[in-house]
Design a protein around this ligand. Structure first.
Ligand SMILES: Nc1nc2c(c(=O)[nH]1)N[C@@H](CN(C=O)c1ccc(C(=O)N[C@@H](CCC(=O)O)C(=O)O)cc1)CN2
Ligand SMILES: NCC(=O)N[C@@H]1O[C@H](COP(=O)([O-])[O-])[C@@H](O)[C@H]1O
Length: 214
């Protein structure tokens, strides 16, 4: 059975779309089982609907606290037998309630070369700091925000005339690639956590499958 992904999003959902497209092509040997958003107007909802994937809006404001909202999300993920949770622009900090339910089974994509520029607005932080290169990071999620074990990273050049928008778009192209690569490595059982380092085991046999990240 294909690895069942649960995707949490808050916005446009282009990383979700990359997962949907790749799983439908058969490149990524997984399936997006369910999508959960915390924003009613998140475009990720429409992307899920168009792909025939169940999607749910969880209104954090309707719950007395963060943990209660997370229990609702967990119940949805369990009902859809999710095996790996992928945060894709999900703009909520997860508590131990959620992380204990999916220990070492939550990944996140962040638009910087962590540990540089954590938190929200990483692209703007990079521009304002004047770095020549930034990039993106896929990491396992733990209680510390944007500090979990790093799985993959990609470097992206910063152009002198970049805006937040132009840089974000260039980073997104790499995000879409390395996130799929990281999920594929996970489902092949090739990721091994060694303390806070992630060891990537070589392929047992080479398969001419999908394009690798450039
Ligand atoms: N426990 C963790 N939760 C999350 C992580 C993580 O590493 N550990 N990664 C983030 C993603 N993220 C940056 O990549 C991030 C998202 C949101 C925030 C934040 O401050 N959110 C506010 C609410 C913002 C809003 O209401 O729109 C909050 O949750 O109070 C920081 C970093 C996902 N979660
Ligand atoms: N701190 C978390 C964060 O900034 N995440 C970023 O939100 C965007 C979501 O795009 P998408 O909705 O098109 O996938 C992505 O660039 C992702 O790296």
């Amino acid at each position: 059975m294909k690895l069942r992904l649960g995707v949490l999003a808050s916005g446009r959902g282009t990383n979700l779309q990359a997962m949907i497209d790749s799983t439908k092509r058969g490149d990524l040997e997984a399936q997006v089982a369910v999508v959960v958003v915390d924003q009613p107007e998140a475009q990720a909802r429409e992307r899920a609907r168009q792909a025939g994937i169940p999607e749910f809006f969880v209104d954090y404001g309707a719950f007395p606290d963060r943990e209660s909202a997370e229990r609702r999300i967990i119940s949805i993920l369990e009902r859809h037998e999710v095996e790996l949770v992928c945060l894709a622009g999900f703009m909520r900090i997860l508590t131990p309630v959620f992380l204990n339910a999916y220990k070492n089974r939550v990944m996140n994509i962040h638009p910087s070369l962590l540990p540089a520029f954590p938190g929200i607005g990483a692209q703007r932080q990079a521009l304002e700091h004047g770095v020549r290169y930034t990039g993106c990071t896929v990491h396992f999620v733990d209680q510390a925000v944007d500090a979990g074990p790093i799985i993959m990273q990609a470097v992206v050049p910063v152009h002198h005339d970049d805006t937040v928008e132009s840089l974000s778009e260039r980073i997104l192209e790499q995000e879409h690639c390395i996130y799929l690569e990281a999920i594929q490595l996970y489902l092949e059982g090739r990721l091994e956590l060694e303390g806070r380092r992630v060891r990537i085991h070589p392929e047992k046999f080479t398969r001419s499958r999908r394009d690798r990240c450039p």
